[in-house]
Design a protein around this ligand. Structure first.
Ligand code: DGL
Length: 283
């Protein structure tokens, strides 16, 4: 186990915002939260040991999500940010009921931004199989902007490339052309990146979709919801110094550190491996 002592939180540290995903994808949401709320400490958990979630049955994803949430709450988080669409479609209601902390997701913020951005009222959605199968974006869009047509497509191979740190290979570009062609043909003018791994591929996706198509990443909108939820729950951090972020992975910490550093840069503090359910106490 790799432990970076400088990153280990102790009881006197202010309570962090808990952010979680099946892997490194949720770091796109962390990036946006850190930009908007630079004083808030983050405790991130990537369940890389059980990645990917997208092809799994909803019941299994729900079980993983509840375990992780319990783990983060036991570590003292003041809020849970579900930085994974596949987890949100499987478990958001249970997560909101299970613990006494506010829970913020990514689907409504992304849908809201897309409804605002579209001019021709034809919006594309790409995500994992679990997300697309759930119909959650269609239901959310129906509630927010019933005149918008939503055309969905699962892009299962994208996340494996991102977890390997590949955002630009020829193989990936070929996949993107194959996945995105039906959405281009459908004439969407806005595309929701309905998986938190996908903003890391936005250069490639924009290239394939063409420069007139607006890409919507839920990360920035979600960060605004996090801010609003902190204010309304009176949980905004009062610290003045640089906060201490901590990153946990159920996978290999060296791999997580290498890939995450690439995406998150200097904000990445120490990375520690963790077993879900085992809360290590800092000494
Ligand atoms: N980042 C996750 C999401 O937003 C999915 C990745 C996976 O398949 O595990 O859906």
């Amino acid at each position: 186990m790799v432990v970076s002592e400088s990153s280990v939180r102790d009881e006197t540290d202010p309570p962090p915002i808990g952010v979680f995903d099946s892997g490194v994808g949720g770091l796109t949401v962390v990036r946006a939260i850190v930009d908007l709320l630079p004083r808030e400490p983050i405790l991130y958990l990537g369940d890389n040991g059980r990645f990917p979630y997208g092809p799994r049955p909803v019941e299994e994803i729900r079980g993983f999500a509840l375990e992780i949430a319990e783990h983060l709450v036991a570590r003292g988080v003041k809020m849970l940010v579900v930085a994974c669409n596949s987890i949100e479609v499987a478990a958001i209601a249970d997560l909101a009921d299970a613990h006494g902390v506010p829970v913020v997701g990514v689907i409504e913020p992304g849908t809201r931004a897309a409804a605002r951005a579209t001019r021709n009222r034809r919006v594309g959605l790409i995500g994992t199989e679990a997300t697309v199968r759930s119909g959650a974006y269609e239901r959310t869009m129906d509630g927010l902007a019933p005149d918008v047509d939503l055309i969905s497509r699962a892009c299962p191979a994208f996340v494996d490339h991102v977890e390997r740190g590949d955002t630009s290979s020829d193989e990936l570009l070929g996949r993107a052309r194959e996945y995105l062609e039906p959405l281009r043909e459908a004439g969407v003018d806005t595309l929701i990146l309905g998986c938190t791994h996908y903003p890391m591929l936005s250069g490639l996706i924009q290239l394939v979709m063409g420069e007139d198509v607006v890409l919507v990443s839920s990360a920035e909108e979600t960060a605004k919801d996090v801010y609003a939820a902190l204010v309304s729950s009176n949980l905004l951090g009062r610290g003045h110094g640089a906060p201490r972020h901590e990153f946990l992975t159920t996978g290999d910490p060296d791999v997580f550190r290498r890939i995450s550093h690439h995406f998150l840069g200097p904000e990445l503090g120490g990375v520690r491996s963790t077993a879900i359910g085992v809360v290590e106490v800092a000494t």
